[in-house]
Design a protein around this ligand. Sequence first.
Ligand code: KG4
Ligand code: ZN
Length: 344
Amino acid sequence: MEKDIYILGIETSCDETGAAIVKNGREIVANVVASQIEFHKKFGGVVPELASRKHLEIINPVLDEVLEQAGMGFDDLDAVAVTIGPGLVGALLMGLGAAKVISYVKKLPLVGVDHIEAHIYSNFIDHPDLKPPFVALVVSGGHTMLVYIEKYGSYELMGQTLDDSVGEAYDKVAAFLGLGYPGGPIIDDLAKEGNTEAIRFPRAMIAKGELNFSLSGLKTAVLNCVSRLKLESQELPLPDLAASFQAAVVDVLVSKTLRAARQKGVEKIVLAGGVAANSYLRRRMTEATRDEQMALYYPNMSLCTDNAIMIAASGYYRFIAGERLSLEANPIPNLRLGQSVESV
Ligand code: KG4
Ligand code: ZN
């Protein structure tokens, strides 16, 4: 029997400090996520400088806790995998620094992981049967893209946002509706009591053949609508605003994702990233893929938003492929999907 491989994953690309230990790329042994949301709430969004400082403060306790949860020591590990990009440079540096120290002191191989690839790979944890080819819709706070994955490690960017990401649109709309931060889960809940057809917001770039996205016009449309209602001294119909905004976003996401899958002739669609936790998106995608006789995959809730399980899982595949990162490696804040992170 082959030896089991235990990978420690470390994630600090934005505002979650995460560490996890995953066995053979699929089995979760231990997982810790320390969210900084409470610290950033009062600023209405992530403050990069504050994020780096918070990672620095909490990374060691998070690492201690994950080892304790697993009942393991560093010597029981086979490698350390860490997010190298994309993300906030200062935040990435904190995780990379910690991973380098562990790698150097404990003589463990170091592996660099692409955060977006890891979001896509989070689907392999819950769906062992999932294999390429498939089309992935990646919707997070930082990214909105349609990717064709023909085989492991091969990525074709089919479409992406030309301005705001979907997560950003949720967060900004929630902010000017005075709903708090992060806006995604709040709008998701509020919309359940609202009417999706109460206000007709624009569906940008929905034209035939188009696979790119634009969210800024929709954001402005919501802002204008809210200003008009306020001028007329009307009470804001918050659930209707939330449901109508969400319907405009999701209509576009569903139609373009199906279009991309049809274009490639694939029958599998994968959702990934923080917004993949959205209940309305999941429901509409489930209905649409059923009608088209396609299979839909999405990660369980805790794997949608940033976590280190997905980093360890993705790191496992890079580790067994022989990829290694040098101790001199720097973060790559604008890392492109498919770009090599292997160091010379
Ligand atoms: O993937 P993620 O944790 O961080 C990035 O890599 O960006 O995504 C965070 C984003 C935030 O914009 C948050 O509002 C959004 O995911 N989000 C949601 C939901 N849960 C989180 N958006 C819509 N509905 C949700 N239920
Ligand atoms: Zn993310």
